[in-house]
Design a protein around this ligand. Structure first.
Ligand code: 6V0
Length: 313
């Protein structure tokens, strides 16, 4: 048996990135964890701070580094970018963050990196597309956090409503990580039983479910209005996806995956369940959708395509 040394490089040590580093350290994931940011001092401080946590968790090699450290990395997680300001949509961030993405991918690829890229910077679906185009890596090895956070929010809301553990809720937010996202309420289940049946029994109407979706899709704005940014949820989602990669889990997780005919879509990254292992997206699960939901998927894709086309024009 060969023992694998697993190396993760985090690019972007802000609120999301540092919370992700903390979550990874808590879980004892990755033998080697490198932190890269234009704000070098902060990465040094964070590496030192995380070192202090290691006496209570598993010791790992966590250090401040640069793109030269990425040549033999298994996974690069990109959380670098300007964050959303209050009132700013994720799509309005696109120009600023496209430039940042290019300035990351060029030196990353120059290092000889040949692993998996996981993108969380917003607008995540468009920036994941850009990361794949700039890097030239296979589409299966470049993917985004997509609707992972949104799905977590939906499951937590449904779990609360029906008094079950959110991990027992099989429901997804699909489409854009953003305002055009939607829920697969028509197919969602808890213990194999349709959420809609639970809802009917509890006197919860379709309008109430739509309100849950609205609150899920707008929760980021509510958090940003109160504390300026959202980071613990997405950091934990990124840790969960990283674990599925590093442990070769074949876990079914919602991510931003590249479409090759699924849902009638092509050449776009969008939120969908997919099988995640140490090859990245092993396969996309084209989850069954009702006619109404398929239309929502197609509308969401149209929104994203337009932004991607404008960004690349
Ligand atoms: P932040 O706290 O401002 O951190 C961003 C970090 O990126 C800072 O430390 C910067 O120094 C760094 N940075 C900027 N430019 C570069 C560069 N060229 N190279 C390396 N580092 C650079 O922002 P925060 O951590 O709150 O958000 C980061 C990104 O994640 C933003 O685009 C958010 O919109 C996005 N989020 C994505 C979510 C998702 O569900 N996908 C959820 C929340 C935030």
């Amino acid at each position: 048996m060969t023992l694998q040394r697993q190396k993760v490089v985090l690019v972007g040590d802000g609120a999301v990135g540092s919370s992700y580093a903390f979550a990874m350290a808590q879980q004892g994931l990755a033998e080697e964890f490198v932190i890269v940011d234009v704000f070098k001092e902060r990465t040094e401080g964070d590496a030192m701070d995380l070192e202090d946590a290691q006496a209570f968790t598993a010791p790992k090699n966590i250090y401040s580094g640069d793109y030269n450290d990425a040549g033999d990395a298994d996974l690069v997680v990109i959380t670098a970018g300007a964050p959303q300001k209050p009132g700013e949509t994720r799509l309005e961030l696109v120009d600023k963050n496209m430039k940042i993405m290019k300035s990351i991918i060029d030196p990353l690829m120059a290092s000889g990196f040949d692993g998996i890229i996981l993108v969380a910077a917003n607008p995540v679906d468009v920036l994941t597309y850009a990361a794949q185009k700039f890097s030239g890596l296979p589409t299966s090895r470049v993917f985004g956090s997509g609707t992972s956070l949104d799905t977590a929010r939906l499951r937590a809301a449904l779990g609360k409503k029906f008094n079950v553990d959110p991990r027992s809720v099989d429901a997804y937010i699909l489409g854009e990580h953003g305002d055009s996202e939607f829920a697969n309420f028509d197919e969602a289940t808890i213990g194999g039983r349709p959420v809609k049946v639970f809802a009917e029994e509890a006197g919860i109407t379709d309008a109430d479910l739509d309100q849950i979706l609205y609150e899920t899709a707008h929760k980021a704005y509510e958090i940003i209005n109160r504390k300026g940014a959202t980071f613990y949820g997405i950091a934990t989602a990124l840790m969960r996806i990283s674990k599925a990669i590093l442990r070769n889990e074949n876990a079914v997780l919602p991510v931003g995956a590249y479409m090759q005919g699924e849902y009638g879509l092509n050449d776009i990254y969008i939120g969908t369940p997919a099988v995640i292992n140490n090859q990245g997206v092993a396969s996309v699960i084209e989850t069954p959708l009702s006619e109404k939901e398929l239309k929502q998927m197609s509308d969401s894709a149209t929104t994203l395509k337009k932004v991607a086309e404008d960004a690349f024009a």
